[in-house]
Design a protein around this ligand. Structure first.
Ligand code: CP3
Length: 353
C-alpha cells in the first residue's frame, strides 16, 4: 500500500510519467536518446578517468554522474540509466569489450559449442553495479524527473553476439538465422529470459519506465521480422508484466515503417518510439490516443540547428499537439551536436512553438 501511494505521488509530480499514463501535456515532456555522452564536455572529462567503457558502465559513482549530467545541464523530464545494451551478453558470460573509436567487440557465437559456453541465466551479481547506479540516481534526481531503464531487443543484441561487432546491415546475424535457425532461436530465447530478469530487477531498483531498443529491427523481411523481432519483444513485455503488472514499456523498433501498427498492438507496449523516417502526421492519424508516441526529430537537424531545426521541431509539435506525446529524437544524439542547439531545442519545445 505504501509502495503504491509512493508511486502515485511520483506520478503527479512527473510530466513524463503522466504522459506515459495517457495524459496529453502541452508542452510535451522531453528527453533525448543517448542524452548522456560524448557531445558533453563534462562526460568526456569523467569518461577519461576509466580506460575501458565497460568498466565505466560498472562503476556506480561514475555511471550515476553520467546519468545526472544532462539533467543538471538541460533539465530534461527524464533521465536514462547510463549503461549499454551489451552488458547483457557480458552477464551471460560472452567476452565483450569496447575499442576506442571502433565500437564493440565480442567473441562471436558461431556454433553449438560457443552457445554452450554461455551462462543459462543472467549473472545478476555481475550486474549489481547497474542496480546500485539506479539507486544512487534515484537518491539525487529532482522530484519532477523520471528515471528510465532499458535493454536491447533480442534481435539487436543477438546481431552483435553473432557478428562480434557492429556492421552496416547486420548481414552476419541474418545469414546465421537462415542457416542455423534452431540455434539462433536458442540465442533469442536466452535473451528473452535474460531481458525479463534484467528489466524486472531495474524496476525493483527504482526505474519508473523501461525502453526496449531495437535499433536493427528495420533490416529484416516480413517473416524474419515476425519471428526474431516481434515475437521476442511480445514475450518480454508479457513476462515483465507477470513480475510487475503495471510496468511501463516504451518500444523503439527502428526503421520498420508501416509495421509499427502491428508491433504496437501485438507487443502491448505503452509507448512507441518513432524514428525520423516516420511522418508525424501519419503517425498521429494512425494510432489511437491510448498509445503514447515518442519522437522523432532527426538527430542531424539537431546538429544543423538554425531554421532547419526550428521548422522540424515546430512540425513535430503541431502534429502531436492533441495526443499523448513525449518529445525525443528519432535515434541517438550525435557526438558532434552543438550544445547551443540542444538549448535551442528545449527552448522551442517548452515555449510550445
Ligand atoms: O541514452 C543514454 O544516454 C544511455 C546510455 C546508452 C549507451 N548506449 C551509452 C553508450 C544507451 C541507451 C545505449 C544503447 C545502445 N548501445 C544501443 C541501442 C541504441 C542505438 O544507439 O542504436 C546500441 C546498438 C548499443 C551498442 C553500442 N554501444 C555501440 C554500437 C557503441 C559504439 C558506437 C558509439 O556510439 O560509440 C556503443 C558505445 C557507447 N554506448 C557509448 C555510449 C556513451 C560511447 C562509448 C564511449 O563513451 O566511450
Amino acid at each position: 500500500m505504501e509502495g503504491r501511494a509512493h508511486l502515485q505521488a511520483d506520478l503527479r509530480a512527473k510530466p513524463f510519467l503522466r504522459v506515459l499514463e495517457g495524459e496529453t501535456q502541452n508542452p510535451p515532456p522531453i528527453w533525448l536518446m543517448r542524452q548522456a555522452g560524448r557531445y558533453l564536455p563534462e562526460y568526456r572529462e569523467i569518461r577519461a578517468k576509466v580506460p575501458s567503457f565497460l568498466e565505466f558502465c560498472y562503476a556506480p559513482a561514475l555511471a550515476a554522474e553520467a546519468t545526472l549530467q544532462p539533467i543538471r545541464r538541460f533539465g530534461f523530464d527524464a533521465a536514462i540509466l547510463f549503461s549499454d545494451i551489451l552488458v547483457v551478453p557480458d552477464a551471460l558470460g560472452q567476452k565483450v569489450s569496447f575499442e576506442t573509436n571502433a565500437g564493440p567487440r565480442l567473441e562471436p557465437i558461431l556454433s553449438d559449442q560457443d552457445f554452450a559456453k554461455l551462462n543459462d541465466a543472467l549473472d545478476l551479481a555481475r550486474l549489481s553495479p547497474v542496480f546500485e547506479t539506479i539507486e544512487r540516481v534515484k537518491a539525487s534526481l529532482p522530484a519532477e524527473t523520471a528515471l528510465i531503464g532499458f535493454c536491447g531487443a533480442p534481435w539487436t543484441v543477438a546481431s552483435y553476439m553473432i557478428a562480434g561487432r557492429g556492421t552496416p546491415d547486420q548481414a552476419p546475424a541474418r545469414l546465421f538465422a537462415y542457416r542455423q535457425p534452431d540455434l539462433f532461436q536458442r540465442v533469442i530465447d536466452r535473451l528473452v529470459a535474460a531481458s525479463i530478469d534484467y528489466l524486472a530487477r531495474q524496476i525493483d531498483a527504482g526505474v519508473e519506465a523501461v525502453q526496449i531498443f531495437d535499433s536493427w529491427a528495420g533490416v529484416l523481411p516480413a517473416a524474419e521480422f515476425e519471428r526474431w523481432c516481434l515475437a521476442p519483444v511480445q514475450a518480454i513485455v508479457a513476462g515483465l508484466r507477470l513480475k510487475h503488472e503495471n510496468a511501463r514499456v516504451i518500444g523503439f523498433p527502428k526503421g520498420i515503417g508501416p509495421r509499427l501498427e502491428g508491433y504496437a498492438s501485438r507487443t502491448g507496449v505503452n509507448a512507441l518510439g518513432l524514428d525520423s523516417s516516420i511522418d508525424p502526421v501519419w503517425a498521429a492519424r494512425s494510432f489511437g490516443k491510448t498509445l503514447v508516441l515518442q519522437g522523432n526529430l532527426d538527430p542531424l537537424a539537431l546538429v544543423a540547428g538554425g531554421a532547419a531545426l526550428d521548422e522540424a521541431v515546430k512540425s513535430i509539435l503541431r502534429a502531436f499537439r492533441d495526443r499523448p506525446h513525449i518529445f525525443n529524437l528519432g535515434h541517438g544524439i550525435l557526438p558532434e551536436t552543438p550544445i547551443r542547439n540542444v538549448e535551442r531545442l528545449l527552448d522551442l519545445v517548452r515555449r510550445g512553438s
